[in-house]
Write a protein that binds this ligand. Structure first.
Ligand code: AMP
Length: 190
C-alpha cells in the first residue's frame, strides 16, 4: 500500500515565502527528514543528528517537531523508538543530502544488521520540494511515509512549512492513523 494517490508536485518554485524572502538562497528547497533511534542514548542521538544537519553546507534547520515515543512496528521484538521530524531548507541536491544523512547515521555508530531492526540513529528523507523519485537508492516521497503514524504525527506539527510537497492533508491523515498506531509524546528524562 503506497498511501493516497498523489497529485503532481507543485514544481520547483523558489523556497520560502516568495520574493521578499531574502534570507533563502534562490536554489534552496524545503525538505522534511525523519529521525529515529531505539538504542543507546536515544534523545542524545536525535539532538546530535539535528546539530549535524544544521552544520551541513547550504542547509538551515527551519524547525524540529517534538519527540515521540513509539513501539516498534515492522519488527516487534526490540526496544521502543524515539521519533522526530525536522524541516530543512537546503541548496544540496537530493542524493547529496542522502549521502550526508548516511554519514550522520554512521557517525552515530549505526550498524545496519537487520532490516527494520534496532538502530542508534536512522535518518530518512521524507519529502524534498518539487522532487518525485522511484529510484531504489532514493525514493521520494519516502515509500512508507503515508502509512506510519510515528512519522506523520511529528510531520503534521511542521506541515505549515511545506513548500512544493504533495497536497495531502497530513494532519488529518496523522489523526486517522494514530487511532490504530499509538504514538506518545516523549518527555525527556534529563
Ligand atoms: P533504512 O535502513 O531503512 O534507513 O534504508 C536505507 C536504504 O534506503 C538506503 O539504501 C537508501 O539508499 C534507501 N532509501 C530509499 N529511499 C530513501 C529515502 N527517502 N530516505 C532514506 N533512504 C532511502
Amino acid at each position: 500500500m503506497n498511501g493516497p494517490p498523489l497529485p503532481p508536485p507543485r514544481g520547483d518554485s523558489p523556497a520560502g515565502t516568495g520574493r521578499g524572502d531574502r534570507l533563502a538562497p534562490a536554489a534552496a528547497r524545503r525538505v522534511f527528514v525523519s529521525l529515529g533511534s531505539n538504542l543507546g542514548e536515544r534523545a542524545v542521538a536525535l539532538r546530535a543528528a539535528l546539530a549535524a544537519l544544521a552544520g551541513l553546507p547550504a542547509t538551515t534547520v527551519l524547525a524540529a517537531s517534538r519527540v515521540y515515543e513509539t513501539a516498534p512496528q515492522d519488527l516487534p521484538d526490540q526496544p521502543p523508538f524515539l521519533n522526530q521530524v525536522a524541516c530543512l531548507e537546503t541548496g544540496l541536491e537530493p542524493l547529496e543530502l542522502l549521502g550526508h544523512a548516511q554519514r550522520i547515521e554512521a557517525a552515530a555508530g549505526r550498524v545496519r544488521e537487520v532490516r527494520f531492526g534496532p538502530r542508534t540513529l536512522d535518518v530518512d528523507i521524507l519529502l524534498f520540494q518539487g522532487v518525485e523519485s522511484g529510484a531504489q537508492e532514493l525514493t521520494l516521497p519516502h515509500p512508507r511515509l503515508w502509512r506510519r503514524a510515528f512519522v506523520l504525527v511529528p510531520l503534521a506539527e511542521l506541515w505549515t512549512l511545506a513548500r512544493g510537497m504533495p497536497q495531502v492533508d497530513v494532519p488529518r491523515l496523522a489523526a486517522e492513523l494514530v487511532e490504530s498506531q499509538p504514538v506518545t509524546l516523549y518527555v525527556a528524562e534529563d
